[in-house]
Design a protein around this ligand. Structure first.
Ligand SMILES: NC(=O)c1ccc[n+]([C@@H]2O[C@H](COP(=O)([O-])OP(=O)(O)OC[C@H]3O[C@@H](n4cnc5c(N)ncnc54)[C@H](O)[C@@H]3O)[C@@H](O)[C@H]2O)c1
Ligand SMILES: O=C(O)C[C@H](O)C(=O)O
Ligand SMILES: [Mg+2]
Length: 441
């Protein structure tokens, strides 16, 4: 018998009648599937749903076993087949829970009515008390229209929900912030801005996530102008912060002055344009960019960058090359010059694999899994919320980038994304930057 390397959980619905589970397990067993755990998920008067873990020698064997269950008929259905990752997502990754135990009538009166009425009245009289007596000051809305989910493109807000739940889980675990996913069924800037403004009262900050370009630029700009809570488009500025941190670390190791280096950006969408703007505001004198859309090149020029004619030109003349196109394997190893820094940041697949870039002569190379905005957005919002900041400014973002880079171990470009100290240090640096800005007013 071969190794049983394929393990899946088959979710099976059967009529609630004795003997049906036996039929299902027999069908699976007859086709070579080895049954592990069986968990009853739901028993109703008419049907029962169970998770059945099955090990098989191959995908083909698994498919045959599943087909055998389907062929049983008589109301028996395979509802879904989960692998480890799908299994981990069952029921979603987040849950809103009470911070209080509600065990007695006394608890109920305190937490809910009639006690809560006094708190409402107090906030009605002085709205600033909502910061103390509600969760608003520690809650950030994670808003998407689903138009640029990771590198998967415009797959819609519903299909983007697992990413938004992931961001919420990271907010909680890395910065103690409650992140609430909000799925928008529109990407029209007027409607997005109006909707976000109308719900903004319940939040201490707004994280715009995976909203495509160019409409993301207008949406973010208008929301920053109209709201007095921090608003940040993660794919723009979260990415720019972590990219700047990685490049600062590379320059430090190589003994290069970043401001004098020639930096090239391939892909001038949400992430790419923000990276260019951040680097130029930081003091990089020569920022060159390329995109297949002429309008993106015009935007770069408008902000003071230099459009390049081709990708090859960028590879030829730049010391540092950053790519955020969403196109896997776009950078050919033969284009890499000895000593270049290559950050191929597209997820889920980079423009060139880091080991391939190093083999081709790059001094440092990284992909979007390690140089990822997960190192930025939790600490940036923690710091901004702690300081009661109304905006996220360039100085706060540079403070975050510098903190990330300073916390990086020699020979690496950024800290490990789960290094909790790194997130604390980012939060502290951002908070300090707010205090500095306040005191210089
Ligand atoms: N590592 C991170 O933290 C991080 C953060 C944000 C985005 N990303 C990744 O960056 C990629 C882009 O994300 P985005 O939000 O900026 O998307 P976007 O759609 O706003 O931008 C992509 C840009 O690349 C351009 N482009 C595509 N193919 C090109 C080509 N062959 N040559 C030149 N330009 C080309 C497009 O015209 C567009 O302007 C995605 O894969 C995403 O996963 C990574
Ligand atoms: O979500 C990530 O892992 C990074 C980034 O936000 C992306 O869209 O790729
Ligand atoms: Mg994103």
């Amino acid at each position: 018998m071969g190794a049983r390397n394929v393990t899946r959980t088959i979710i099976v619905e059967t009529p609630s009648k004795p003997g049906n589970l036996g039929k299902v397990t027999t069908a699976i067993g007859l086709f070579g599937g080895d049954i592990g755990e069986i968990k009853t998920r739901q028993i109703g008067p008419y049907s029962t749903v169970r998770d059945i873990t099955v090990q098989c020698e191959s995908e083909e064997q698994l498919e045959t076993a599943i087909a055998a269950v389907e062929q049983l008929g008589e109301g028996i259905h395979v509802r879904a087949v989960s692998d480890d990752v799908l299994h981990a997502h069952e029921g979603g990754k987040i849950h809103m829970s009470s911070r209080f135990d509600i065990r007695s009538i006394d608890d109920l009166r305190k937490v809910y009515t009639p006690g809560v009425a006094n708190v409402c009245r107090a906030i009605e009289e002085d709205p600033s008390l909502a910061q103390y007596y509600t969760s608003i000051g520690n809650t950030v809305a994670i808003i998407t229209d689903g138009t640029a989910i990771l590198g998967l493109g415009n797959i819609g807000p519903l299909a983007g929900m697992p990413v938004m739940e992931g961001k919420a889980a990271l907010f909680d675990r890395l910065a103690g912030i409650s992140g609430i996913p909000i799925l928008l069924d529109t990407s029209d800037p007027d409607e997005v801005v109006a909707t976000v403004k109308r719900i903004s009262k319940g939040f201490g900050g707004i994280l715009l996530e995976d909203i495509g370009s160019p409409h993301c630029f207008e949406i973010e700009e208008r929301l920053i102008k109209d709201l007095d809570i921090p608003v940040m488009h993660d794919d723009q500025h979260g990415t720019a912060v972590v990219t700047l941190a990685a490049v600062m670390s590379a320059c430090r190791s190589a003994g290069v002055n970043l401001k004098e280096a020639v930096v090239g950006q391939i892909g001038l969408g949400a992430a790419g344009l923000a990276i260019c703007r951040m680097f130029m505001a930081y003091g990089v004198k020569e920022m060159v960019g390329v995109d297949r859309q002429p309008a993106a090149l015009d935007r770069l020029a408008m902000y003071g960058g230099t459009p390049a004619r081709s990708l090859e030109e960028i590879m030829e003349k730049c010391d540092i090359v950053i790519a955020t196109t969403g196109v896997p394997n776009l950078i050919k190893p033969e284009w890499i010059k000895k000593g270049q820094v290559i950050l191929a940041l597209s997820n889920p697949k980079p423009e060139i694999e880091p080991d391939e870039a190093i083999k081709a002569g790059a001094l440092f190379a990284a992909d979007g899994r390690s140089v990822n905005n997960v190192l930025g957005f939790p600490g940036i919002f923690r710091g901004a919320l702690n300081a009661g900041a109304k905006r996220i400014t360039h100085d706060m973002l540079v403070a975050a980038a510098t903190a990330i880079s300073n916390h990086t171990k020699p020979g690496q470009l950024v800290p490990h994304p789960l290094d909790l100290r790194a997130h604390q240090i980012v939060a502290e640096a951002v908070e300090m930057a707010v205090m500095k800005e306040e005191s210089s007013k």
